[in-house]
Design a protein around this ligand. Structure first.
Ligand code: C5P
Length: 301
């Protein structure tokens, strides 16, 4: 057994989030193109008799440290799979915005799985970890995998997508989060009010081609998020944030996942820096961070 293990895990942005019909289990069938970006949380697991969690970093106070904490639930699920009452002290160093639509909680759960698997010397396969991950949440399997991948089902069934080169992003972080179930609910409500019946979603060929070609301009034009109108309805100020990014030459601008983080695709690293300064100066968000993608999923450091 090792006495302490640290795992680094990325945030995600959704390049295509196409929301299909509501299923009987309360989830929606999706076509969800995940893209892992260089904004990381770190989870350290240390030997202990019981399971505890502590969160450090800017938004630490907003993360639950009780049974609702997804990293604790991940460790508990792993111990249950191993059939032993293992313990660990988990410390989460938070950089991914909390409830921001960048799958920060899912990332911490994936990191806790990898860290505890090593700490407890279980040596589970990636397939076994992926199965436990899928039970924890729709976005957790992708945080294990990283890169760029299309998720189907409720988002948990993944196929990697080929990508050339690297894309440069700017993220506008908002004050406070949005509740994912509430945003999906608002999406259903808006569709019903408009008399829309969602069809079965499919991967956008233009998006897949742009990724294969490493063509940022084409990718910018192909970005799509069906949850965006719902997120804007619940947080009207996001419309202006997106507009400011577009005014400053973003190749694409969209709400990340269920929001309220807004993602902007830049032409280059230099353009990303300029865009970040413009967004920060316009006062349309709490803070601005730059990142690139794709990056690998949860890895031991
Ligand atoms: O899987 P996860 O716990 O992240 O999902 C959170 C909530 O988001 C679900 O309870 C559901 O309301 C909504 N959701 C959905 N369809 C999906 C994924 C999530 O409606 N495919």
């Amino acid at each position: 057994m090792t006495s302490s293990v640290t795992v680094r895990v990325p945030a995600k942005v959704n390049l295509q989030l196409s929301v299909g019909p509501l299923r009987d289990d309360g989830f929606h069938d999706l076509v969800n193109v995940f893209h892992a970006v260089s904004l990381f949380d770190e989870v350290t697991a240390s030997e202990a008799d019981t399971l505890t969690v502590r969160v450090v970093g800017d938004s630490a106070a907003q993360v639950p440290v009780d049974g609702d904490n997804l990293a604790i639930r991940a460790a508990r699920a792993l111990a249950a799979r191993a059939g032993r009452p293992y313990g660990a002290n988990l410390v989460i160093r938070k950089h991914i915005p909390v409830a921001g639509g960048m799958a920060g909680g899912s990332a911490d759960a994936a990191a806790a799985l990898v860290a505890c698997d090593r700490l407890w010397g279980l040596g589970l396969s990636r397939d076994d970890l992926r199965e436990i991950a899928a039970d924890l949440g729709s976005d957790v399997p992708f945080a294990l995998l990283g890169g760029t991948a299309v998720g189907t089902g409720r988002g948990e069934t993944l196929s990697p997508l080929p990508v050339s080169g690297r894309f440069h992003w700017v993220f506008a972080l908002a004050d406070g989060g949005l509740s994912t179930p509430q945003v999906y609910g608002e999406c259903d409500r808006l569709r019903e009010a408009a008399g829309q019946r969602p069809g079965w979603p499919a991967l956008s060929p233009a998006l897949a081609q742009a990724l294969r070609d490493g063509d940022a301009k084409a990718l910018g034009g192909a970005l799509v998020n069906d949850l965006q109108p719902a997120a804007i309805m619940l947080r009207r100020s996001l419309a202006r944030t997106l507009e400011v990014g577009r005014e400053h030459g973003a190749l694409g601008a969209l709400v990340s996942g269920s929001g309220p983080t807004c993602a902007f695709l830049a032409e280059s690293e230099v353009h990303a820096r300029e865009l970040a300064i413009s967004l920060a100066g316009a006062g349309v968000c709490r803070t601005v961070v730059g990142a690139y993608g794709p990056v690998p999923g949860a890895v031991l450091v």
